[in-house]
Design a protein around this ligand. Structure first.
Ligand SMILES: *Cc1c(COP(=O)(O)O)cnc(C)c1O
Length: 398
């Protein structure tokens, strides 16, 4: 049980916290890196490491064999660098020319989709007498930031000649890699290879995220950008044979247990009515913590290894659960919102299906005010809070 080594009683403040199992990160990274080899694995830690904590997950991923990290913007790269995270950090989003100086100062690798950005980076790098690595993104079917073939070739040749710029990579991003039918993905892949054949001097080609790494390893080429799978989730049921370990357990404690008489209503809007003498528990996790309001009266949380249905509307800071069929439930009992308890499981896939979304959104939706407790060997080794975003070692704390 991962909780065994966490802080006794859970987080001492408001009782909602996420336990992030760094051994599971390491397990997943090792497994994915082996699958990607000889391609290098870059762990995607954008959006605060899909809600898990970018710094702690980034460090753990690099230690376990990831060759680099991916973020979406310069700010995310800065958070990592300030915390002392080394290694290559590729910014997948497109940074405007005014960010060029920061990219160079922070030693980030930039995605470049325009001459203006290429020139700004070149100036910033040359002024410091350093080189900045850049990757070019090709449009192959997603229609976001990438460049179609001809403008891409033109930009590549210009960037190649600019001082201070090192064109390291050429990549694209798939539109429908999670789908069983890989026809469109194959077409996108072919387009990338067509461009790569005309730019043979660019050493690194990449297109795979978690889904393609797991279903089409032949698309890995020199680099793979894996996000979701690092956190132990499968992008599609087709890949379930690979044994990933879920990294996050979102927990709380019953703050209060009360009786509700038949006809009594629970929560805003009075959407839940007791049909019998009911026992209802108050849980300090609401939609501002990451439990979507659309799960009101739909999701179940785990208490004493049983499923306790959410009773009525999820509020911003708390929700209620029906404990009538959970014998013995009492204030202080641990509640699992995402994860396992006593053999029962509620995972982000289940919550996503109920909420009409995807696991990515459920995980990335766990907000900054939820403390993260980082576990190694089942023991809490560090924590982050809203006020302390850089992991603080827990040694010496009560
Ligand atoms: C987020 C992202 C990824 C990671 O995708 P997963 O499906 O989570 O593995 C890879 N590449 C790009 C460009 C991304 O934006």
């Amino acid at each position: 049980m991962t909780s065994a080594g966490a802080l006794p009683g859970g987080w001492p403040g408001r009782p909602v916290w996420a336990e992030v199992d760094l051994d599971a990160v390491a397990h997943n990274v090792r497994l994915l890196a082996a699958r990607a080899a000889p391609a290098r694995l870059f762990a995607v830690v954008k959006a605060n490491g899909y809600g898990h904590g970018a710094v702690a997950v980034g460090r753990a991923a690099l230690e376990a064999g990831a060759a680099g990290l991916c973020v979406i913007c310069v700010d995310e790269g800065e958070e990592l660098r300030r915390a002392g995270v080394g290694g290559p950090i590729l910014v997948l989003g497109h940074s405007p020319p005014c960010e060029a100086e920061r990219v160079v100062e922070l030693g980030l690798t930039a995605t470049v989709a325009s001459r203006e950005v290429a020139r700004a980076l070149s100036r910033a790098a040359a002024a410091r007498g350093v080189e900045v690595g850049v990757h070019l993104e090709m449009e192959t079917g997603l229609h976001r930031h990438g460049l179609p073939l001809e403008p891409l070739l033109a930009l590549a040749e210009e960037a190649r000649r600019l001082p201070g710029l090192r064109v390291e990579g050429l990549y694209t991003h798939f539109a429908a890699a999670e789908e069983g039918d890989q026809t469109f993905t194959r077409m996108q892949h072919d387009r990338l290879l067509e461009a790569a054949a005309r730019l043979p001097w660019i050493p690194v080609r990449h297109c795979s995220a978690s889904a393609s790494l797991l279903v089409s390893p032949d698309m890995s080429h020199e680099l793979v950008r894996a996000g979701l799978a690092v956190y132990g989730y499968h992008p599609s049921p087709d890949t379930a044979s690979v044994e990933l370990r879920r990294v996050m357990t979102l927990k709380s404690r019953l703050a209060r247990v009360i009786e509700v008489q038949p006809g009594g209503t629970v929560g805003y809007g009075r959407t839940w009515t007791a049909r019998r003498r009911s026992v209802v528990g108050l849980v300090m996790c609401g939609y501002a913590d990451g439990l979507p309001r659309s799960l009101s009266s739909r999701a179940s949380l785990l208490v004493r290894g049983r499923r306790a249905p959410v009773a009525g509307r999820i509020a911003m800071d708390m929700c209620m659960v029906d404990l009538t069929d959970v014998p013995g439930a009492a204030a202080g009992d641990e509640v699992v919102i995402i994860g396992e308890q006593g053999g029962a499981l509620v995972d982000a896939d289940e919550l996503a299906a109920l909420a009409g979304t995807i696991s990515w959104e459920i995980l990335a939706g766990v907000t900054a005010r939820v403390p993260r407790i980082y576990l190694r060997g089942g023991r809490a080794v560090a924590a982050t809070t809203l006020a302390e975003r850089v992991p603080v070692p827990l040694d010496g704390r009560p």
